[in-house]
Design a protein around this ligand. Structure first.
Ligand SMILES: CC1=C(/C=C/C(C)=C/C=C/C(C)=C/C=O)C(C)(C)CCC1
Length: 276
């Protein structure tokens, strides 16, 4: 499948299906901020969230290659925490890095082009690192997880995700992983006891709309400077990067102040908190 043909899938997976799972952050924000700021908690939340996102965007603008490397690392922790039930650091690293490392080994040419779109020409230099030494280290870690992990479902999921990134082209593989595995699981973990799916999605609607609007603005700004394909891919991953930083920071803060409250809003943390 050509890169251009993968783009609609990427856009649907990220902006339509994936957005609501981050757009529930205001619930955690309220728990954290309402006791101190009363009815002003919403304004404080929006200001802090935007400030952290803007700082993350600043890193993308100032040093895109470093930002891409950091993004891959941060995302690995995010995905690994959500998707490895054991909560063990090795399992987290192996699950979280499966996509970048396997895609770099199996589809180096295509990934180089995608990284060039995201971070400029320098971005391509990350691919041989990921697909060479990265792959070797990852294979050792994955072998250890497969031997030591007692849950067949976790072993099977690791094999399935590896196969997905090995056989499907990178952007399509990411779209499938994000829309079919990561987002449903994260949304399910955010559901409060007794809450219906429609109530959950209604609660995510305002911030989802705002976030998608930001994405559209980003795309229109980049579109003047590069081809539409590159603008869409750059916007998508910069946008994900800018929103993932406050999203994870909030979950971390909540975990420190109240592990049970955090567990209700962030499924990855529930597992880690439960694990210790
Ligand atoms: C750029 C890129 C990749 C990495 C994507 C990442 C790291 C996404 C992170 C998303 C997050 C953190 C979402 C939060 O909800 C892949 C899959 C290696 C291959 C295709 C190009």
């Amino acid at each position: 499948m050509s890169l251009a043909a993968q783009l609609p899938w990427l856009a649907v997976a990220v902006f339509l299906i994936g957005t609501p799972h981050g757009a529930l952050d205001h619930r955690l924000g309220r728990q954290l901020l309402a006791p101190g700021y009363g009815r002003w908690w919403g304004a404080v939340f929006v200001l802090l969230y935007l400030a952290v996102s803007a700082a993350a965007l600043g890193v993308w603008l100032a040093t895109p290659v470093l930002a891409l490397a950091l993004f891959l690392g941060i995302a690995a922790v995010h995905f690994g925490e959500h998707d490895s039930p054991s909560g063990h650091p090795l399992a987290i690293a192996v699950r979280g890095l499966a996509g970048p490392v396997v895609a770099a080994a199996a589809h180096p040419g295509e990934l180089k082009l995608v990284f060039e779109w995201i971070a400029g020409e320098g971005g391509t230099a990350l691919v041989p690192w990921l697909g060479g030494p990265g792959l070797l280290a990852w294979l050792c870690g994955a072998a250890a997880v497969l031997v030591l992990e007692p849950r067949p479902a976790e072993r099977l999921e690791l094999v399935a995700v590896t196969a997905l990134f090995a056989f499907a082209p990178p952007l399509l593989a990411f779209a499938a992983y994000f829309a079919l595995l990561h987002t449903p699981r994260a949304l399910k973990g955010s559901k409060r006891p007794g809450e219906s799916w429609s109530a959950l999605l209604r609660s995510a609607a305002p911030l989802s709309g705002a976030a998608v609007l930001l994405g559209i603005v980003g795309f229109l700004l980049w579109r003047d400077q590069m081809a539409a394909e590159a603008a869409l891919v750059r916007t998508t991953f910069w946008w994900l990067g800018a929103l993932t930083v406050p999203h994870m920071g909030l979950a971390l803060l909540a975990k420190r102040t109240s592990p049970t409250a955090a567990a209700r809003s962030a499924p990855g943390l529930r597992r880690s908190a439960a694990a210790g």
